[in-house]
Design a protein around this ligand. Structure first.
Ligand code: C2E
Ligand code: MG
Ligand code: MG
Ligand code: MG
Length: 278
């Protein structure tokens, strides 16, 4: 592609992108057996108590030749190929196994797991989750399922029924990437959820008086008026933290506190964090 200055910029062609996608789809099927997948965990910090009560599990794929492939690239491929159901089961097993291990070390954390839009169509998933929870002996209230606003809006009636099944037994539900999915207030009111998670696109660059700050502030008020806990993701700066504190946001998550960490690193991080905040 030629830019105005006449310098040629490399842009992968459509065929090239398509070939990479096909290759990745095939390789992904092997990734579980080849142990190329792992989870990282990012702390969610409670603003009032300055404590970490939950972490979000984020899937990582180390491809043997391509290196790290980001989830924003491979999750959509897994959805298209139907493999996402197996991936989600892997993530649930691994996240709850890790949670039980922290518990044994005296670290009482909740763990949030991302579900994809396709997972909502998986009628066997609620039973799998409840079984997984019992096997790992993780209290249901310590499990949070994050579903994107967009996924919930594909078929609202179906989504509401599925959410009721998922939360049976006391599992908690969160609407992820809130603000990007075009839900109406009437639809939102029907969702049996516990938490709103404000999308990082509004949080990352919010400054006093900006449109983003106005959106964030009214989303927090909306969530609170509906009796929900509100968390902001993508908190990178002290200035966004100050605004979120002023707006009474319940929890924050972002690079300002910590990037996603390996399970074994989290225990030390939590102790350091508790020490620094004391
Ligand atoms: P998400 O669930 O909205 O997760 C938040 C993303 O923001 C994560 O990217 C996280 O690493 C990143 N992040 C956290 N703090 C900051 C920050 O301060 N600044 C910026 N710029 N980014 C921050 P990640 O890990 O690359 O995941 C991207 C998306 O992939 C996730 O968005 C989620 O939709 C999906 N994903 C990740 N793991 C899983 C999984 O196990 N299952 C499913 N279905 N989707 C997953
Ligand atoms: Mg999430
Ligand atoms: Mg999100
Ligand atoms: Mg996202």
């Amino acid at each position: 592609k030629e830019t105005r200055s006449g310098v040629a910029v490399y842009q992968p062609g459509r065929d090239e992108v398509h070939l990479r996608q096909l290759a990745l789809m095939g390789d992904l099927r092997q990734s579980v057996a080849r142990r190329e997948l792992s989870l990282k965990f990012q702390p969610k910090v409670d603003l009032a108590s300055r404590q970490v009560r939950h972490v979000e599990a984020l899937l990582r794929w180390q491809h043997p030749t391509l290196g790290a492939v980001p989830p924003d690239e491979f999750i959509p491929l897994a959805e298209r190929s139907g493999f996402v159901h197996e991936l989600t089961r892997f993530v649930l097993e691994e996240a709850l196994r890790q949670n039980a291990a922290w518990r044994a070390e005296g670290l009482d954390l909740g763990v949030a797991i991302n579900l994809s839009a396709m997972d909502l169509m998986d009628a066997d998933l609620p039973d799998f989750i409840h079984d997984c929870q019992r096997r790992h002996k993780v209290p249901p209230a310590k499990i949070i399922l994050e579903v994107t606003e967009g996924a919930l809006m594909r078929d609202v009636d179906y989504a509401v029924r599925m959410l009721h099944r998922l939360r049976a037994g006391g599992i908690r539900l969160s609407i992820d990437d809130f603000g990007t999915g075009y839900s109406s207030l009437a639809q939102l009111k029907r969702m049996p959820v516990d938490e709103l998670k404000i999308d990082k696109s509004f949080v990352m660059q919010m400054t006093e008086g900006s449109d983003d700050a106005v959106i964030v502030r009214s989303t927090i008020e909306l969530g609170h008026n509906m009796g929900l806990s509100v968390i902001a993701e993508g908190v990178e700066s002290d200035s966004s933290l100050a605004l979120l504190t002023q707006y009474r946001c319940d929890m924050v998550q972002g690079y300002l506190f910590s990037p996603p960490l390996a399970g074994a690193e989290l225990y030390a991080w939590c102790q350091r964090f508790a020490g620094a905040e004391a």
